[in-house]
Design a protein around this ligand. Structure first.
Ligand SMILES: [Zn+2]
Ligand SMILES: [Zn+2]
Length: 254
């Protein structure tokens, strides 16, 4: 049976400047599929924002990190503690690149790993299940030398996380997804920075034609250019529904 999907966006900032000057909130997004609730990329502030939004940490079943950068992972340890109720609640799963748990740049504290029910390491071609939620790795991104994955949730919601835009995305990402969430950090393409831009996403959307697209993860450049205006222009130009993420925004897919 097709399960209802709900999304909640905690924040919209991306990259270092907008996130760490707290120009806007970050903190990632929540996705609920059927009975399963997951928090994707819990950046800085996520712990506080969830409380503000009245979400009980103990209802979270899964945390997913697309990569280790702090704008995606800063609150992961706090949330492992909160979601497991200090280790009393069993049943929290983590999905992340191996680099988040092993190696010199790991971001998940070793002593918290034993609080988790399961840890799945994302890898190319991987498909992972947690309750009603199915996470598929659709692409490995090039992103400043850090292991980074674009993901699909139940084949319906596609999350194009940070990374350099590459032509192969047109092959790897599915056509006409119900919802595309895309980390559109810059307006203009920047050759030396591995982040997506409006210039590149415009070409991607033209070919892939998602039913609905949410742009998010905005740099200062994007915020100054006004994401609402950019989304409106993309919608009109491409004949597609493109909207900017907003703090606390809820979306439902039936
Ligand atoms: Zn990053
Ligand atoms: Zn990022």
């Amino acid at each position: 049976m097709r399960k209802r999907i709900e999304l909640l966006f905690l924040g919209t900032a991306g990259g270092r400047t907008a996130t760490f000057r707290l120009v806007r909130r970050s903190g990632g997004f929540l996705i609920r599929v059927g009975e399963t609730l997951a928090h994707i990329d819990p950046g800085p502030g996520a712990f506080v924002y969830l409380k503000e939004l009245g979400i009980d940490y103990r209802n979270v079943d899964l945390i997913v990190l697309s990569h280790i950068h702090l704008d995606h992972s800063a609150d992961v340890n706090t949330l492992i503690e909160a979601c497991t109720d200090g280790g009393k609640r069993k049943g929290l799963t983590l999905m992340c690149p191996e680099s988040a748990v092993e190696g010199k740049d790991r971001v998940v504290l070793p002593y918290l790993i034993r609080r988790l029910k399961e840890v799945f390491f994302l890898k190319e071609g991987g498909v992972f299940t947690c309750g009603d939620l199915k996470v598929e790795v659709v692409s490995k991104h090039t992103h400043h030398g850090v292991e980074t994955y674009g993901l699909s949730f139940n084949g319906r919601v596609v999350y194009m996380t940070c990374g350099k835009y590459e032509e192969r995305f047109l092959e790897e990402y599915p056509d006409k997804p119900e919802l595309l969430i895309v980390n559109t950090t810059f307006y203009r393409r920047k050759d030396n920075i591995d982040h997506l831009s409006v210039e590149e996403i415009r070409e991607f959307l033209k070919v892939k034609r998602p039913k609905k697209t949410v742009i998010t993860h905005f740099s200062l450049e994007m915020i100054e250019k006004d994401p609402s205006k950019i989304a409106r222009e993309l919608s009109e130009e491409l004949g597609l529904e493109v909207i900017p993420a907003e703090e606390g925004m809820v979306l439902e897919l039936n």
